[in-house]
Design a protein around this ligand. Structure first.
Ligand SMILES: NC(=O)c1ccc[n+]([C@@H]2O[C@H](COP(=O)([O-])OP(=O)(O)OC[C@H]3O[C@@H](n4cnc5c(N)ncnc54)[C@H](OP(=O)(O)O)[C@@H]3O)[C@@H](O)[C@H]2O)c1
Length: 239
């Protein structure tokens, strides 16, 4: 199949890191944005022997200019954006009564505004390429869980914006929402409520490997021309 040029945010760990590696391994070009330079360097080294190429961009999705510069730089280097994966995201678990405004704002800034800005800056290029947006939702995009009200709200937003893109651009841009349950990544480490973090950590540690999510993302983007996976839900196999 045609080599795809893929922009992914949050490429420095977890699902983003694994997805970047899997996509690169399948021979596509990946442009990965995140803040942690050491992790991006590690990813770059791991991609060096693979069929595709990997370029990293140090940036913060809370900064509009970083996203604009990343998109410009990707177009300069690869010439197009065929696939956008606005994956950067985080969750702080806390009951609403204990949540701080700082925690709530950081989830909104990254999971909502960061995703929106990334889509907004990439959209003209996605329309040019008849590209594909792969949004990273969660099982929390369809269900609300205790102690994670604001996180669930941000993921409901992700699903809503996916559906909006799908409806408005149905003959121009493909849209997939990936909805994972617990994945074993750094995600749970952001929860500052010690008792909740300790309580939830084993569920995440025994959750899916990020490579399982990465393979679903790869499957979705390589389905081009055959059909579109609108929504993929992945849950840990706890048998
Ligand atoms: N783990 C799960 O169980 C699970 C389940 C469902 C959905 N998800 C979703 O999957 C996505 C990836 O999470 P993960 O589990 O892979 O967690 P992770 O290992 O903590 O990775 C999060 C990624 O987001 C990046 N990021 C966070 N804030 C950023 C910012 N301001 N600017 C740029 N990049 C930023 C981080 O990079 P830097 O820190 O280097 O910037 C990192 O690469 C998120 O959208 C999350 O909501 C996770």
């Amino acid at each position: 199949m045609k080599k795809l040029n893929v922009l992914i945010t949050g490429a420095s760990s977890g699902i983003g890191f694994s997805a970047a590696k899997a996509i690169c391994g399948a021979g596509h070009n990946v442009f990965g944005l995140a803040r942690r330079i050491d992790n991006l360097q590690k990813l770059s080294e791991q991609c060096a022997d693979l069929n595709g190429s990997f370029l990293s961009f140090i940036g913060d999705v809370k900064n509009d200019h970083d996203i604009e510069n990343a998109v410009k730089s990707m177009i300069d280097e690869f010439g197009s954006i065929d696939v956008l994966i606005p994956n950067a995201g985080l969750g702080h678990f806390n009951p609403l009564e204990k949540g701080t405004m700082e925690e709530w704002r950081s989830m909104v800034d990254v999971n909502i505004t960061g995703v929106l800005k990334t889509i907004h800056s990439s959209l003209p290029h996605l329309l040019n390429s008849n590209g594909h947006v792969v949004n990273i939702g969660s099982v929390a995009a369809r269900q609300v869980f205790q102690n994670s009200g604001v996180y669930c709200a941000t993921k409901h937003f992700v699903l809503a914006i996916s559906e909006s893109l799908r409806i408005e651009f149905s003959d121009k841009v493909a849209v997939t929402t990936i909805n994972p349950g617990a994945v074993n990544t750094e995600f749970i480490g952001h929860t500052t409520n010690d008792s909740l973090r300790n309580e939830y950590k084993p569920r995440f540690d025994s959750g899916m490997d990020s490579s399982f999510i990465a393979n679903a993302i790869l499957e979705a983007i390589e389905a081009r021309g055959k059909g579109i996976y609108s929504e993929i839900t992945l849950r840990p196999d706890r048998r």
